[in-house]
Design a protein around this ligand. Sequence first.
Ligand code: UDP
Length: 315
Amino acid sequence: MTWNASRVVVTGGAGFLGSHLADRLLADGAEVVCLDNLITGSERNVSHLVGNPRFTLRIEDITRPWSVDGPVDAVLHFASLASPVDYLQHPLATLEVGTLGTMSALRIAEDKGARFLLASTSEVYGDPLVHPQPETYWGNVNPIGPRGVYDESKRVSEAFAMAFMNARGVEVRIARIFNTFGPRMRDHDGRAVPQFVTQALAGTPLTVYGDGTQTRSLCYVDDLIEGLIRLLGSEYTQPVNLGNPHEVTMLQLAEMIRDACDSASVIEMQPLPVDDPQRRCPDVSVALRELDWRAEVPLEEGLRRTIAWWRGQGR
Ligand code: UDP
């Protein structure tokens, strides 16, 4: 890969993925400016970077007017409320960051002549009717359901990105990110992995929703970051699925996590949330072809690392 960014803006840079991206970009020698309003992010995620002269964290809401001084080679738009629990609690903030926030981040990229990478999502496929999901599938989304604020804001973000590319010449890259997990997810994030890990470590019941037969395909964060860096450096301008195609049911996941934590927690069935997708699994052939990328870390190993991190937090 020949393309290299020396100064990068990361929106959502104090979040789960944004902070891991900042780590990687700094390790690769770039200067990194993170913006975050801390609605779901945390300064703790980047506290180890404070004092690095190539790192800046700005506490800022990107849905309000903002700018960046000096040259910028890439804008990575990761500001988002990515957990169903968060976007149910903050539907307007979710819509705003995925519409106004995306538009303003694209304008900054245009002004700076920077490459733009959008953190899109497998949720653009909604509750999919095609398995596994290729990028050519248009999805099955309920626009007025509780997930609509997230799904539709990501879909319109993709439309914004394509429009800025076609009408304004911005170089865009679109990552459709499937379920990803790892260190720095929050205790009360609400997503399956942090939920089951914190419950298993506390010895409280693991709350499996529905009958637990719904599936997800879980990617360890280090794999995802490698895929994102490759996509940023590639010349491919169409959406790319990034995820691990290894599909598990949520009941299997709960049992794996309970075993890996050596926990005696029971499994407790609870009602399935509205519009909860029944199956999700990426077709990753485009990522393999265009980026020579595939997820390498097995689920068991990723869970081991994640659980070790959680234990190390003294939680
Ligand atoms: N889930 C669950 N128990 C929990 C949290 C989530 O069974 O305590 C299920 C949820 O219903 C969904 C799957 O795990 O089917 C993944 O949910 P998550 O919130 O991680 O993200 P999603 O893929 O739905 O956006």
